[in-house]
Write a protein that binds this ligand. Sequence first.
Ligand code: HEC
Ligand code: HEC
Length: 154
Amino acid sequence: MRKTVILVCIGIMVSFVAAYAQSDEPVTFQDFVKGKEAFEENCIECHSLEWPLKKIANREEWDLTLNKMANTGAVLSKKQRQQVLEYLVAKSSFQVKCSVCHALERPLEKNKEFQDWIQTVRRMAEKKPGHLTDDEIEAISGFLTAKGAETKLY
Ligand code: HEC
Ligand code: HEC
């Protein structure tokens, strides 16, 4: 009897840990690629992409914007919403952090693989210590890998 109770407890704990791990999956550069796709497919239904591409905002502000758009009628799955959010947050960091020393065209006109972007962005970060966190380096590299050749930020 006691054994069964312990086993049930362990079972419950394992499923909690699994659920937690699932909701806390690390963001990979594929998430930025998916985020860009979902953004370009779903956010153009009612207006041009110019508004969101121009807009520079932090995570909380983008979160509010996505809620507002959902209330207006934008439909995204939970996963897509998360990916679009990451994409827009990374895009904003890129716009703010990478325009300090040169124009954004410099990185925008280049295409590199994720690992190569990580190296470039780390090299840029070293030019101005304290300017970029590790999370920002990853996110900006993800955004740059996903952007393709034609991304225009207005
Ligand atoms: C069902 C229609 C609809 C869809 C789909 C939609 N929007 Fe909007 N959006 C609007 C309307 C209407 C406005 C103007 C009124 C306003 O500002 O709330 C707007 C305004 C905006 C603005 C400018 C105002 C602000 O809050 O900064 C941004 C940015 C924006 N949308 C982003 C997005 C993004 C990102 C998506 C995709 C997830 C999206 N929209 C999808 C209807 C939509
Ligand atoms: C502190 C100043 C500074 C900041 C901030 C900065 N850059 Fe640069 N960047 C430079 C300088 C200087 C050069 C030219 C010399 C070189 O390549 O190191 C350059 C060159 C580049 C190049 C062309 C060379 C290559 O390796 O492809 C790219 C792309 C680039 N930067 C991307 C970025 C990105 C992305 C960011 C934001 C994460 C950024 N830069 C932020 C100073 C900066």
